[in-house]
Design a protein around this ligand. Structure first.
Ligand code: NAI
Length: 256
């Protein structure tokens, strides 16, 4: 059986993935704020360090896969801290344990929002892995009333980070595929408030058009993640795979 670390395991997509993996006999080390095997706050460096140390201890120093699902979508600086630095910190911290496995795999959950307008200063600081600068830039954005750009910024930075590192000796050279599933709108506790507000729902339908089968269930995203981290994926890396009911195909033309 494989041992797989999943962040955000207590809810939504991470919870669905944890269920699928356990059903197929894998050992899952769930990481979340609460209700997980490893309880930690991935928004801060100390929390990430604690999560990495405890996960390594539980895994015995070897991990077959890591999936970063934990995320937040409010209009504050939190998406930058959790969705970008939380995911990158966890993946980088656990990478040596992946390198020790036979068929290691890593994946993150991006978002169609990563294609929406971003704040360039925030994205740049993220890609420089300068968390204090990213937080300072994000605080400015939040205070000037453009907090809605911080979630897209966090997901765009995550996608760009992934494409930069996936081909390096540390990842490709160590035999570790690193990919993202980028959902459209998924029915989880995160998106639940949208469905209670007709106005918000209308705005979301325009920002994320999903002509194929509408809003997705968490299990649909979890199935795609399951394939990405399975041993059969020997050659796909650096990909941002949109599992979004056609949103990306609607919003972006294919000529670039
Ligand atoms: P969710 O809210 O159901 O689950 C997210 C989990 O992350 C929660 O259990 C939460 O406790 C955990 N988490 C949040 N902050 C944390 C922190 N500081 N430390 C540790 N754990 C923390 O949300 P959902 O929908 O399952 O989201 C999973 C991923 O999918 C996120 O990265 C989200 O951005 C992404 N996503 C979700 C979409 C949706 O429509 N629901 C669409 C596109 C992407």
């Amino acid at each position: 059986a494989r041992t797989i670390a999943v962040s955000g395991s207590a809810s939504g997509i991470g919870k669905a993935l944890t269920g699928l993996l356990r059903e197929q006999g894998d050992t899952v080390i769930g990481i979340d704020l609460r209700g997980a095997d490893v309880c930690a706050d991935l928004s801060v460096p100390e929390g990430r360090a604690g999560a990495v140390a405890e996960t390594l201890e539980k895994a015995g120093g070897r991990l077959d896969a890591v999936v970063a699902c934990a995320g937040v979508s409010d209009f504050t600086i939190m998406p930058v801290k959790v969705n970008f630095f939380g995911a990158v910190g966890l993946l980088e911290g656990l990478r040596p344990a992946l390198a020790a496995a036979q068929a290691p795999r890593a994946a993150v959950v991006g978002s169609i929002s990563g294609t929406h307008p971003v704040d360039d200063d925030v994205v740049r600081a993220c890609l420089e892995l300068d968390e204090p600068a990213a937080i300072a830039a994000a605080t400015k954005v939040e205070e000037s009333g453009f907090g809605g750009r911080l979630y897209p910024s966090s997901k765009s930075a995550l996608a760009q980070w992934l494409r930069r590192v996936c081909t390096t000796p540390e990842w490709a050279g160590a035999g570790i595929p690193l990919n993202a599933i980028a959902p459209g709108v998924v029915k989880t506790p995160m998106s639940a408030p949208l469905f209670e507000d007709e106005g918000m729902l209308q705005i979301m339908k325009e920002a994320v058009p999903m002509p194929l089968n509408g809003f997705a269930e968490a299990e649909v995203i979890a199935e795609a993640l399951r394939w990405l981290i399975s041993p059969v994926n020997t050659h796909m890396t650096g990909q941002i795979i949109y599992v979004d009911g056609g949103a990306e195909a609607t919003l972006r033309d294919a000529s670039h």
